[in-house]
Design a protein around this ligand. Sequence first.
Ligand SMILES: [Zn+2]
Length: 84
Amino acid sequence: MDNPGKVAKKTAPAFSRTTKSAQYDAGGKQVVCLHCGAAMFTEGAVSASAVGMVGLFHVLDMASTLVCTHCGYVQWFLKRPQRR
Ligand SMILES: [Zn+2]
């Protein structure tokens, strides 16, 4: 079982990814794939400094990614999406 109360920021490699797929909300709205419309994603995290994109992510060092399990399209979020 996951521990939903723990959203600790941790030092991560340049790109990390979970293997579990789930549905997510971002900005109070369910995330759907922009390419195929599917709603199941695997979540990942990218360290901006580790991939040389610090200027792009000037607010946070870490960005979250959601990878569509159906087509593989990657969506980026600077605020971590909430798992449903
Ligand atoms: Zn898709």
